[in-house]
Design a protein around this ligand. Structure first.
Ligand code: SAH
Length: 246
């Protein structure tokens, strides 16, 4: 059944319209229906004046994605929005999995966006200039034992490490445990960037180190970037050398 409905899975970037892609803007413009978690809908509300908007709460990802497919199957053009990039802990995977499960033939286009790690890195300087790992500390869908193993491997491999979902009201210890694992392989003076609300209103950028990082506020609007063994801080910027002889 393909009746010209279409789904755009749109990454809106970190939350400031200037950091949204032209394609994301166009996809939203073309859509009759825009669906998303209300915080993200609020970030783009200026674009939504003549749209049908369906916002939903955080816990309801699968419902939200099924609703998106339902609307598209009615023949409508629908955007489902994720913050950052929709393929990084966002809606892209759920939509594709559900479409397969439902044996739907609806057309889907994934529109990439600037992820929190990219946004935070730009505010910190150039911490991601070498190989890096992206790890979510949320154990809602992944066993904490697996997450710890990944942190251990990334630390052992001297990857720069971006930590998403570092701490919530209920999950408070993961960040301290993660730091302990990383400290087995890296010096306490290893630079750490803590960015809250990267590239959106209220941005807060802190450059510290592994030893002191837990003295700062960390929450679900925060991303943490731990440098590799070569990362250094100069003139208020976190820099990971690529290896050029400068
Ligand atoms: N798809 C999103 C990630 C969703 S997971 C992306 O690509 O960025 C949600 C986590 O991402 C948050 O808990 C936080 O750790 C991080 N995050 C998302 N936007 C952020 C921002 N603007 N500043 C800092 N961290 C952010």
């Amino acid at each position: 059944m393909n009746n010209k409905g279409k789904i755009y899975v749109v990454g809106i970037g970190p939350g400031n319209m200037e950091h949204m892609s032209l394609m994301a803007l166009k996809a939203i413009e073309k859509s009759q229906v825009v669906i998303g978690y209300k915080t993200y809908i609020n970030l783009i509300k200026d674009l939504l004046k003549d749209k049908e908007v369906i916002d939903s709460s955080m816990k309801k990802e699968i419902e939200r994605c099924n609703l998106t497919i339902d609307e598209a199957e009615k023949g409508r053009i629908v955007s489902i929005v994720s913050s950052g990039d929709p393929g990084i802990y966002g809606m892209a995977g759920i939509i594709l999995e559900l479409i397969n499960k439902r044996k739907s033939e609806i057309d889907v286009e994934i529109v990439p966006g600037i992820s929190a790690a990219n946004a935070a890195a730009a505010s910190l300087g150039s911490p991601l200039m070498h190989d890096f790992a992206v790890i979510s500390l949320s154990n809602l869908l992944t066993d904490w034992e697996i997450i710890k193993k990944r942190i251990e491997c990334a630390a052992a491999g001297d990857f720069i490490i971006s930590l998403y979902n570092p701490k919530s009201k209920r999950r408070v210890n993961q960040i301290a445990e993660s730091r302990d694992i990383i400290l087995k392989y890296r010096k306490p003076s290893t630079p750490v960037g803590i960015v809250k609300n990267a590239k959106r209103t209220g941005e807060k950028v802190i450059i510290t180190d592994l030893e002191n990082m837990l003295n700062y506020e960390i929450d679900m609007f925060t991303i943490i970037i731990v440098g590799n063994s070569n990362t250094y801080i100069e003139n208020g910027k976190m820099i990971t050398p690529r290896g050029y002889n400068i």
